[in-house]
Design a protein around this ligand. Sequence first.
Ligand SMILES: [Zn+2]
Ligand SMILES: [Zn+2]
Length: 242
Amino acid sequence: MGNFLQKMKKFIDKILNIIFPEDYKCVLCGMDLSDKNSVFCKECLESDIFNEGNRCVKCDAMIKKGNIVCDHCKNQKRYFERCVCPLNYNQIVKSAILKLKDDDALYYVAPFAKLIVQRLKEENIDFDIIVPVPSHPKTVKRRGYNPALLLANEIGKLLDKQVVEALTKNVITKKQKRLNFEERQINLHDSMTLIDKTAIKDKVVLIVDDIITTCATINTCSSLLKGAKKIYATAIARTNLD
Ligand SMILES: [Zn+2]
Ligand SMILES: [Zn+2]
């Protein structure tokens, strides 16, 4: 019964969102916007939300001026060509993404997808198909959705590209925090499977996730997409490396 009520509430929320869209409010903090054409309020714009400055050419992490790649990309094998993320994972961005991930805040999907598309265009990144980072069925059931898939679908709509759920997640990964990078990779590698080899064969693939931290997830996904011609990755935001 509890589950039914939850689903009902989600359904009603979705309808309300269609009737009363969250337009004219800052996408990140929800403040009313004076300029109806902007997406962010002045305060958010001034608070370092964009992932800009000197960044790693491989993973888009912020790095010291004069450097070209970060230490992680220098020392670890990358199975993807490049990764780009429009936003910087600061407090404001973090709170918005957490709402999208766990709080049904689906009105974030469209504006975040637009930001990603804008960034892909700026970087001249072209691709054939989109593969979202998979979520375990249990996690999808709990949330009601996979944020990465919703983003992928929206990007697909905006750029007229096909979305293929080529990867599945079969094991809920253990807490990754205490593991080092290699252990994380093994842990992740064993938790996912490529289920659609034909769809990715000789294709340029764009992997979509919500947040990029160590690149362990997108790197593992990339390593599993064997047969793809080239792999790019993207997410809403990039955390800073320590
Ligand atoms: Zn704001
Ligand atoms: Zn890097």
